[in-house]
Design a protein around this ligand. Structure first.
Ligand SMILES: Cc1cc2nc3c(=O)[nH]c(=O)nc-3n(C[C@H](O)[C@H](O)[C@H](O)COP(=O)(O)OP(=O)(O)OC[C@H]3O[C@@H](n4cnc5c(N)ncnc54)[C@H](O)[C@@H]3O)c2cc1C
Length: 321
């Protein structure tokens, strides 16, 4: 019986192989032992020879698919081609680099395959034929081991430079495969009108009025807008408020938003999750208003007020009258 296949999807960067591919092949070889058949899957143009940059890293096989449209294909088109290859070979596991390209193609393929994908991994191991993927979670505070017990292939993206690439004397068998290239309709820009945007970002403001879930009503946001104007500052928000039409991700403060260092930040109705704190904890003066005296935001604040956010704003605005 043939061995289950462990795939590394080779990534092209300009006219070369992205180094994470070689790192992943090395790791795949170590994981495979004699249980898995390691396959580097390479989509390239008919005149390309990118496999030359893979052979020395010794996957068992380099499976090359050639089509002159691949170098300029969209991520959706590449995901479609990979889906056809997966359907044909039924690999046990498919690995991608967690590069910009890998992070775009892997979830598209995962959605087509209706299987599990663990993103941004820092380690991999197998428990029988189940991939155990280790990744940081909860703002990089803990490491989780994630498995996909019921579906195959199991998929993972791995951060670049997590593993070291090592040339090996194994060599690699070169095979070819075919897919039907399905062009995905692209958007055509027929006219472009420049937009003059003079607004500063929350990252530029020296004074920030920051709103969280406890300061999310329309009336509170109106009061905060007046307050920001009076202070000559800008409104920033915690992540939950980016669900509102009035705010976007550009207004968000925190780990997955903006890191800011204003002279003054007023936090209203923000609990102080670590993902928020890392985005503003280096502000010069931090003032926080929260109805919960035990809210973690107070530990990171220079001044705190326990009470209602809108009432505090109204009282403060009264001082400007
Ligand atoms: C990978 C990852 C990345 C993340 N990145 C970010 C990020 O970049 N930015 C971010 O903000 N979050 C981020 N989060 C989410 C984060 O963990 C928190 O869920 C979020 O910050 C909570 O927002 P909050 O404080 O507004 O809401 P909550 O935690 O719900 O807190 C609301 C607070 O309002 C108080 N309150 C309620 N009513 C009133 C009132 N009338 N007056 C005064 N106070 C009141 C409550 O006591 C409470 O403390 C991330 C999470 C993950 C997992």
């Amino acid at each position: 019986m043939s061995k289950p296949e462990l795939w590394v999807v080779a990534e092209r960067r300009l006219d070369h192989i992205e180094p994470t591919t070689q790192q992943l092949i090395t790791k795949a070889n170590q994981l495979a032992g004699d249980r898995f058949h390691v396959v580097a899957v390479l989509l390239e143009a008919t005149t390309d020879h990118l496999e030359d940059e893979l052979t020395t890293y010794g996957p068992d096989e380099i499976r090359v698919v050639r089509d002159d449209r691949f170098p300029t294909a969209t991520d959706a088109e590449l995901a479609d081609a990979l889906k056809q290859l997966v359907d044909a070979a039924q690999p046990n596991t498919v690995l991608f680099g967690a590069t910009i390209t890998g992070r775009s193609i892997a979830p598209r393929l995962q959605a087509k395959l209706q299987t599990g994908l663990t993103a941004d991994c820092l380690d991999l191991r197998f428990d029988d034929d189940t991939l155990v993927a280790t990744k940081p979670s909860y703002g990089d505070n803990i490491m989780c081991e994630i498995i996909c017990p019921d579906r195959r292939p199991q998929m993972a993206t791995v951060r670049p430079n997590t593993f070291a690439a090592q040339p090996t004397p194994n060599g690699a068998e070169l095979t070819t495969a075919k897919v039907d290239f399905h062009p995905v309709t692209r958007l055509h820009v027929t006219a472009a009108t420049p937009v003059v945007n003079t607004a500063t970002t929350v990252g530029d403001a020296s004074r920030v009025v920051a709103l969280g879930r406890g300061a999310a009503s329309a009336a509170t946001i109106d009061a905060a807008t007046q307050l920001a104007e009076r202070l000559g500052g800008r409104i920033g928000v915690s992540r939950p408020l980016t669900d509102q039409d009035r705010f976007t991700h550009d207004d968000q403060i925190g780990q997955s938003g903006n890191t800011i260092h204003p002279d003054l930040i007023l936090n209203f109705g923000i609990s102080g999750a670590v993902q928020y704190l890392v985005g503003m904890q280096d502000s010069q003066t931090i003032v926080s208003v929260n109805s919960d005296p035990n809210a973690p935001i107070f530990a990171a604040s220079d001044y705190g007020y326990v009470g209602d956010a809108q009432a505090f704003m109204t009282a403060l605005l009264g001082q400007f009258a």
